[in-house]
Design a protein. Structure first.
Length: 483
């Protein structure tokens, strides 16, 4: 697949109401449909997007084209005036489907009738996560560890809004009337709502403070990366091109999560070293987050995010693959026949009270494989975090719990697995779960640290400053202007 920016493309006409590189001006029906959807989107943003922020001027980047420099557009923006645009990676005329039953056929420029409902379901499920995360983060801006962090929160929020636009474009452009209805429904579901919740469980959880936010952007935005990467392989070319461009935005979201947790970890280690502390209560007494609490948040966010990969064994995943709708992570770089009819894949499950690996047909195990690819990348990030206590000479290391720990979906649901992989009774597991998962008390403690630090260059006591600012600006730059 071509790198972004290598191919020629439509220039963006910024005088348009909806900036785009899909030649919207020459598709009047689509343009009108999207212009009708736009006020509903803005209503949704005002109702459920970042609270009380309409007058803030935020130093944001806005995509104005899909080439490398298209991201270099930084400036102060009032968020309701952000230009949410439709950008697809430029088309490669020679692109072929490279896996499944349609391997070697030209990539589809339209939706094949036989895959219409499956593709719509894939797009709606992905699209639903985008507004959901904005809703989950709605109240975070009432507190902030710094202006730098506040700006990063809003950057993620507007880009998740743009990801919603990306999916809505596909629904309007390729799925007719039911696509338009799905696009409306995307603005009607609400994260955590009892009657009309978001589709996936992790997107109905609360993100009630900044530690949860950093964990979410590290763990859950990275699930987004892997799902988008699998869709970027799709034989349906517009979906592949849309998701490929979304991946460029996702990288920054994951950076915010990884560096946010790293900075909290660093501050805690600094205080522990300076004052020679080891007991969690003493550490908390200094107004920083104890390492044990950080570990419990890792356990929670990792386990709920693993559920997003779905059941390890899935006939849907097999159908999506053989149909050429959703590939594997890095499909082009995998050396096999890209049809998987004869391959097998080992999937862990509980048998007679023990966890064993069972080989199953690889086609049915694609969710498990994507999850394993994800876990490898997550582990690499955790290893980078662990250099921090190591540098401070502290013995503590963050560990990932076993994939079976605290699972609600797939082969481990209904089982009780300890973080170290022991299979336990329900009673034993529940008795110990408060040492493994964040308690209400942990949330209350972390919440108590969440002040509102808005003096440029100042940071909350519980978090270290970042190594550098945004867009080569100093850390003390005024990233958000009030009033
Ligand atoms: Fe997203
Ligand atoms: Fe994201």
């Amino acid at each position: 697949m071509a790198e972004i920016g290598e191919l020629t493309q439509q220039p963006i006409d910024y005088s348009q109401q909806i900036p785009n590189n899909v030649d919207l001006a020459n598709d009047r029906a689509l343009q009108r449909a999207l212009e009708r959807w736009q006020p509903a989107f803005l209503n949704w943003w005002n109702e459920t997007g970042p609270a009380n922020t309409a007058n803030l001027q935020v130093y944001l980047r806005t995509a104005v084209s899909v080439d490398r420099d298209g991201w270099a557009n930084f400036g102060y923006v009032r968020m309701p005036e952000y230009r949410w645009g439709i950008f697809l990676t430029p088309r490669d005329e020679n692109r072929k489907i490279h896996f499944g039953d349609h391997k070697e056929e030209p990539a589809w420029q339209d939706v094949p009738g036989e895959y219409r409902s499956q593709l719509r379901r894939i797009i709606v499920t992905q699209g639903d996560t985008e507004p959901a995360s904005v809703e989950q983060q709605r109240l975070l801006g009432a507190t902030c560890p710094s202006l730098y962090d506040l700006r990063n929160l809003f950057q993620v929020n507007v880009e998740e809004g743009r990801h919603l636009w990306a999916m809505v474009y596909l629904l309007h452009r390729y799925f007719g009337r039911d696509g338009r209805e799905e696009a409306e429904a995307l603005l009607q579901r609400r994260s955590g709502d009892a009657n009309n919740p978001r589709i996936l469980t992790a997107f109905n959880e609360k993100t009630s403070h900044w530690l949860a936010y950093y964990m979410f952007t590290f763990f859950t935005d990275r699930d987004g990366k892997f799902q988008l990467a699998a869709l970027a392989e799709s034989g349906f070319d517009p979906l592949a091109r849309t998701t490929r461009f979304m991946l460029t935005e996702e990288a920054h979201h994951m950076f915010i999560g990884e560096s946010g947790v790293a900075r909290a970890l660093q501050r805690t280690c600094e205080v522990m070293r300076e004052q020679d502390l080891s007991e969690p209560a003493q550490v908390r007494g200094q107004g920083v987050i104890d390492l044990e609490t950080l570990q419990r948040f890792v356990n929670f966010h990792y386990s709920v995010t693993l559920d997003l990969f779905g059941s390890e064994i899935s006939s849907n995943a097999a159908t999506y693959y053989t149909g050429g709708l959703k590939g594997r992570y890095g499909e082009a770089n995998i050396r096999d026949d890209h049809r998987l009819a004869a391959e097998s894949y080992a999937v862990p499950e509980v048998v007679n009270g023990n966890i064993v690996d069972r080989p199953v047909p690889a086609l049915t195990a694609l969710n498990a494989q994507l999850r394993d690819d994800y876990t490898r990348e997550i582990q690499a990030g955790v290893d980078r975090w662990n250099r921090i206590p190591e540098q401070f000479g502290l013995p503590f290391r963050i560990t990932l719990p076993h994939v079976g720990f605290h699972r609600k979906i797939g082969s481990f649901s209904g089982h009780h697995i300890a973080p170290d992989g022991r299979v336990m009774s329900k009673e034993d597991w529940e008795r110990q779960s408060t040492t493994w998962l964040p308690s209400d008390g942990d949330h209350a403690f972390v919440g108590s640290l969440m002040g509102r630090v808005i003096e440029p260059g100042k940071f909350a006591n519980w978090i270290a400053p970042p190594a550098r600012g945004i867009n080569n600006l100093p850390v003390e730059f005024e990233y958000v202007r009030f009033g």
